[in-house]
Design a protein around this ligand. Structure first.
Ligand code: HEM
Length: 473
């Protein structure tokens, strides 16, 4: 292996070894930490080799914004690993490119806009699910527990309501395996053997996790096709139950008007739905889990949130409408997303053409990793980047202020499709839980002793148990 010629003109970076590239220098459990370290030496645009794979890393608000927003087209393609290429087959939204992605993205944006316009219906689904979540939290009677599973179930069910039009009971075996098919592939993606397979695809037959990943993907595809068959039998243009109905109706309209669109077919719907579950669930539940853990860690901030909620909403259900009157709560939720920085390396992009960026040549098709954590913790943008400090989002009069460098949903043409929906979800669930529970460290553990180390993986997830003590008790 000889690094190609263009590297000499490309962004600088640590010297790669043949075949291994910079793998020996990278902390593979927390690669973002090594990348941050490299940036201190090589600047805000540098090259690193994950084995034979060349990657250009973007660091800090200025570089990330310039690439993803000002040069949106050039940095607007998704970089696919072999396993994702095999499972997605060019379909869906998250792991696709070109015309198919454009059509699915446009359809997704229009549909989500409609959902948000009918705010009440979307909000009611979230409120309904939050009530189920509260019942589960109550069962622990104030004992410390792992918030992972209850949160994953609630969030997955909200996406079920959004996509299929109905929720499941938590103990329904169909639902339990559906949730497993969402979270297990995400865990597998972060496993060392699949990471190795993605760098050296020739070892494929030796990687059981690859077979498991593809099996789960196939089962998801099959199950979705079954659900769509049922939905199709009862499809009613007057009463659209969710995303899948919208798509099926759109497909019917195209057929009825004789328009041929090769991208609107049932396999593309199934993969789009699988991608929506993958993108929507993990990130939302991780953000909420961090939110509750930070409340246990910083009780004075928790008290201030609850005081504001009580003053504005009393004991009635908080609604999205209330957000404008809850600047402190709003600021805390934003600070949770900033400080937890749950997707430290954004979902990989690649260049769609040869690019000269900040004086460096980057060849078409080069993988690009926007280091989102370096934006959310950028010392030139945030007053106290390394502290949990809700005042980042408040002015001197306590009003909420937006911040340019707040990019947990990334930016540009591949930015998070569900940002609007995610924001409503985080606000309603976080506020409602705080109305009902006081979150504390487990008995015998002090706030200082709470463990904020995330579980290693693509998304950062807390591992610390906490207690949810009902406030009315
Ligand atoms: C707190 C919650 C969430 C966070 C932090 C988050 C963050 C992200 C990030 C960083 C990306 C990569 C964007 C890029 O490449 O520039 C992304 C992509 C995406 N997200 Fe989210 N997301 C969240 C929730 C959701 C929800 C609720 C949905 C759907 C309802 C969703 C749907 C998507 C989709 C479809 C993509 C792929 C977009 C594309 O490739 O065109 N996300 N998200």
């Amino acid at each position: 292996f000889v690094p190609p010629q263009e590297d000499q003109k490309g962004p600088p970076g640590p010297r790669p070894l043949p075949l291994l590239g910079n793998l020996l220098q990278l902390d593979l459990k927390r690669p973002y930490e090594t990348l941050l370290k490299f940036s201190r030496k090589y600047g805000s645009v540098f090259t690193v080799y994950f084995g034979p794979k060349k990657v250009v890393v973007l660091v800090g608000y200025q570089a990330v914004k310039e690439a993803l927003v000002n040069r949106a087209e050039e940095f607007g393609e998704r970089d696919l690993t072999p396993i994702l290429e095999e499972s997605s087959k060019g379909h869906g939204i998250l792991w696709s490119n070109g015309d198919s992605w454009r059509e699915m993205r446009r359809f997704g944006e229009a549909t989500f806009r409609e959902f948000l316009a009918d705010k009440k219906a979307w909000e009611d689904k979230i409120i309904d699910e939050t009530q189920h979540l509260i019942k589960v939290f109550r069962k622990f009677k104030g004992q410390a527990f792992d918030t992972n599973q209850p949160m994953n179930y609630a969030i997955s069910n909200i996406i079920c309501s959004m996509v299929y039009g109905s929720r499941f009971q938590y103990d329904d075996p169909e639902f339990i395996s559906l949730v497993e098919r969402i979270y297990v592939p995400i865990e597998l993606t972060g496993s060392p053997s699949l990471q190795l397979y993605n760098l050296f695809p020739c070892i494929g037959p030796l990687v059981p996790n690859k077979t498991r990943f593809l099996q789960l993907s196939m089962i998801s595809q099959k199950k979705n096709l079954e659900i769509f068959r049922h939905l199709k039998e009862t499809l009613n243009p007057e009463k659209c139950r969710g995303f899948a109905d919208k798509y099926l109706l759109h497909q019917q309209q195209l057929e009825a008007s004789g328009i041929t669109n090769i991208h609107f077919h049932i396999d593309n719907l199934a993969m789009t739905v699988i991608h929506l579950f993958a993108a929507a669930t993990n990130a939302s539940s991780a953000s909420l889990k961090w939110g509750l853990l930070f409340m246990a860690k910083y009780p004075e901030i928790q008290d201030q949130v609850r005081e504001e909620l009580t003053r504005v909403a009393g004991s009635r259900q908080v609604q999205e409408e209330d957000r404008k009157n809850l600047p402190f709560t709003n600021a805390v939720i934003h600070e949770v997303q900033r400080f937890a920085s749950i997707i430290p390396i954004s979902i990989p992009r690649k260049t769609s053409q040869d690019v000269t960026f900040q004086g460096h040549f980057i060849k078409k098709g080069t993988a690009v990793y926007p280091l989102l954590t370096s934006v959310l913790l950028d010392e030139t943008e945030w007053e106290r980047p390394q502290s949990f400090y809700p005042a980042h989002f408040l002015d001197n009069d306590g009003n909420f202020v937006k911040r340019d460098a707040f990019l947990p949903f990334s930016a540009g043409q591949r930015a998070c499709l569900g940002e609007g929906l995610a924001r409503v979800k985080l606000f309603i669930i976080f506020s409602t839980l705080l109305q009902h529970f006081r979150f504390t460290p487990p008995p015998g553990v002090s706030e200082d002793e709470l463990d904020l180390t995330p579980v290693a993986g693509v998304t950062l997830i807390p591992s610390q148990d906490i207690s949810a003590v009902p406030v009315s008790d």
